[in-house]
Design a binder for this molecule. Sequence first.
Ligand code: 2HA
Ligand code: ZN
Length: 279
Amino acid sequence: MEKRSDKAAESLGFVQGFVRMCNDGWLQGWHERNGGNLSYRLTNQEVAEARPYFGEPRSWHEVGVELPNLAGEYFLVTGSGKYMRNVILDPAANIGICELDESGSRWRIVWGLDGGARPTSEFPTHLMNHSVRKQATDGANRVIYHCHATNVIALTYVLPLTDRDFSRALWQSATECPVVFPEGVGVVEWMVPGGVDIARATSKKMETYQAAIWAQHGLFVSGPDFDTAFGLAHTIEKSAEIYVKVLSCGQGIRQTITDDDLRAIAHDFGVTLNESFLD
Ligand code: 2HA
Ligand code: ZN
């Protein structure tokens, strides 16, 4: 059968949702140059819808780790060196669908990433996070998103780089935070990006948390769909922005949300806060 055109594949619902999220992140100012990346694990239904557009399979590449629970899965992913602001102009040149082999240790491009492009340099981190989040959420989580959220990064210069310090600061800086991420956030110390070491450190955090902060670099979030994952990044960054503004007033903190207030929010909204972060 003749392969259908790349352009037609761009009208598939999950591709449109992906493209919109790339553009939303750009509009937030989180994707200077080629900064940041996004990946999405397709449902079986979406694979079936996309299959008519798949091209001749390209060569296999090693992930660098084996991820058996992702064997045979398909991922839509942004390209290495590609700019988030360009995705909406030409999706097939800037994003693509990759298939994992039956051992979960190799990937190949089946659609998009035209002109010899490759998946993001952070693909190992994305795949390891997908593996961990799929396991942790019984298959519900499908989105992994990395952005250079400005105020989150700024806080990694002034707060101790612990899960506890960041979780408390974020919970106290916006009342919705304990409801949106009651387990807190993980913090990964500064590491060289793009490799398997930072991927391992991040996915370890993602066993417990929906989000991990990379010191002096950015934010990784996960979620079941584009709205929830983007909303999580937006909520964390907004709270960080408030905390940065409060510190910038230069008067210290006169009053904040107390630990008993946090417990009261958790009680009324029916969420379980990570008690080890409360006094
Ligand atoms: O894709 O953000 O961390 C560029 C990056 C690497
Ligand atoms: Zn980055």
